[in-house]
Design a protein around this ligand. Structure first.
Ligand SMILES: *[C@@H]1O[C@H](CO)[C@@H](O)[C@H](O)[C@H]1NC(C)=O
Ligand SMILES: *[C@@H]1O[C@H](CO)[C@@H](O)[C@H](O)[C@H]1NC(C)=O
Ligand SMILES: *[C@@H]1O[C@H](CO)[C@@H](O)[C@H](O)[C@H]1NC(C)=O
Ligand SMILES: *[C@@H]1O[C@H](CO)[C@@H](O)[C@H](O)[C@H]1NC(C)=O
Length: 494
């Protein structure tokens, strides 16, 4: 995974987004559990309160349920019990308990997971948010790497890692949202970053993991120990192989970063205005291979009838370099007569540049569907690419997102949007770049054939590693390797 995702660096990911209410599936009914199903709240085999209390007393003062049993609310897709993990022994106790009592287990790190891997109806969760240790290692030595590194507990969030790195004059490759835990599904799913065109994906930075396996063993995984597990954790997806308690990642010397913020808008939504709008988008897309080759990265948000806005990050770029890159684009916008703005600022460090980015986006209020579009498609299938862009933009999704703030949507509309993403826009994207795949952390949760789209030719090898380290199949997460052995019923039961 590691290598193949890196090979796709400089690719361009196109996301189709629709809003949702974030409402979770409601747990109802109590069909008897069978040996093929996990026990579910309400089943005779669901552990008694005494059993849960006994587990509570064996772990470090935790295991609080989110809601009291007699409260009239719906727990829905949330877990029933959570272990507030403070040490590996807590994880081991949770794994043993879930195995013995046939209860669904969820690994919940910190930040967000668009695909819902960090939650599950009727489950016990291992919550690793409080594993916050950070250690700077100035001279990490291994066969593969010699240089600065950072050891991060599983619960260390992006902003905490960036601050610790900054204190030591280095940077680490992490996510765009400051709250996302680096060691969890982020890095295990590949990990895209502002810095990825320069240093590679987050998974490319990993030197060693500490991980509790499905058999309840706390082991190391690196190039020299449990190498197969190390390989799987570097892009093979979170929630499948073990509970990572820490990771050591490469750190890089800090460098100045130039940020360009730009926007443009079409004069209206009439045909003439839209031709100009798509012409400008085409120009913007064609710039991508030029700056990704030189370590640059950008995020663009566009929708018919709304201003397009984007942010460009150039690690090691000067203000002058960046202005030179954008000059032809500005000329193009001028020639099209489109209103625009451009603000280029050079920052002395990654932290300063990152700190200038807008705050996080709300999670759970929209639905994703993404696909990686290779450079070859952008350059050599330009007309087809532009046709797909046109096809998936006229829906005024941003408008829908804004509307949602005022007006919660109906569940039926959410399902309709899901269908549009998977079977309509998703199909267009698959046809445009059939040889490519999706970045599993930001993909469509309902992706048909996710095994191929998320894991490619390595699915069977990953599955055999999963089966080796989790022989009882205790770890399940939606679209994770091995998850196809299970079905989730409409009431949420596995
Ligand atoms: C499968 O894994 C190998 C070894 O890491 C890698 O070279 C290859 O690109 C991967 N293929 C896919 C489709 O991810
Ligand atoms: C778990 O134990 C703590 C004390 O260690 C207690 O405050 C809490 O109520 C217990 N939770 C349950 C569900 O028994
Ligand atoms: C979880 O444990 C940490 C210590 O590791 C503690 O600071 C925190 O308050 C606990 N949270 C809950 C919800 O019990
Ligand atoms: C340009 O961006 C910088 C950094 O975010 C900000 O301080 C400055 O006010 C902006 N300038 C304009 C004219 O918007």
């Amino acid at each position: 995974m590691r290598t193949s995702l890196s090979n796709l660096l400089g690719v361009f990911a196109l996301y189709a987004v629709a809003q949702t209410s974030g409402r979770s599936a409601e747990a109802t009914g109590a069909a008897a559990s069978t040996p093929d199903c996990r026990c579910f709240p309400g089943d005779a085999c669901w552990p008694s309160t005494q059993k849960w209390s006994r587990l509570n007393s064996t772990v470090s003062r935790s295991c609080d349920p989110f809601t009291s049993i007699d409260s009239p609310c719906q727990v829905g897709a949330y877990v029933r019990y959570a272990i507030n993990v403070t040490e590996p022994a807590d994880i081991i106790a949770g794994i043993k308990f879930a195995g013995k009592n046939n209860v669904r287990l969820v690994i919940r790190n910190t930040g967000h997971d668009y695909l819902g891997k960090s939650s599950g109806p009727g489950s016990l969760s291992l919550w690793t948010h409080h594993l916050k240790d950070i250690k700077y290692i100035p001279d990490y030595k291994s066969e593969a790497y010699y240089g600065p590194a950072l050891k991060l507990g599983a619960g260390v969030q992006g902003s905490e890692a960036y601050a610790a790195a900054n204190e030591n004059g280095v940077v680490v490759v992490g996510g765009f949202c400051p709250s996302v835990g680096i060691a969890g599904g982020y890095i295990q799913g590949g990990g895209r970053s502002i810095l990825m065109s320069k240093y590679g994906l987050a998974a490319d930075q990993t030197l060693e993991f500490e991980v509790v396996t499905g058999e309840g063993k706390h082991v190391k995984a690196s190039m020299t120990e449990n190498r197969d597990l190390y390989w799987a954790l570097g892009g093979g997806g979170g929630g499948a192989y073990g509970v990572v308690t820490s990771v050591i990642v490469k750190a890089h010397k800090d460098i100045p970063i130039t940020v360009a913020r730009y926007s443009f808008r079409a004069g209206g939504t009439d045909d003439t205005s839209m031709v100009k709008f798509y012409d400008a988008l085409d120009f913007l897309h064609q710039m991508a291979p030029k700056y990704t080759d030189r370590g640059g990265f950008s995020i663009n948000l566009y929708s018919k009838g709304f201003p397009t806005s984007g942010s460009f990050f150039g690690p090691g770029w000067t203000k002058h370099n960046t202005a030179t890159l954008f000059q032809p684009f500005i000329q193009k916008l001028d020639s099209l007569g489109l209103q625009h703005s451009l603000n280029i600022t050079e920052f002395p460090s990654y932290s300063a540049a990152y700190g200038s980015t807008p705050e996080t986006i709300p999670i759970g209020t929209f639905q994703n569907g993404g696909r990686m579009i290779p450079r070859d498609t952008i350059l050599n299938k330009r007309a087809q690419f532009n046709k797909v862009v046109k096809y998936i933009t006229p829906s005024s999704l941003l408008g829908a997102i804004m509307k949602f703030l005022l007006l919660p949507l109906q569940w039926s509309q959410i399902l309709k949007d899901q269908d549009t993403i998977t079977n309509n826009w998703g199909r267009q994207l698959r046809e445009l770049a059939p040889e490519s795949g999706a970045y599993l952390n930001e993909a469509d949760a309902n992706e048909p054939n996710f095994q191929r789209e998320f894991y490619g030719e390595n699915y069977s090898r990953l599955l055999s590693i999963k089966n080796k380290y989790d022989p009882a199949g205790i770890f399940y997460a939606l679209t994770a390797v091995g998850s196809d052995a299970w079905t989730q019923k409409p009431d949420g039961r596995l």
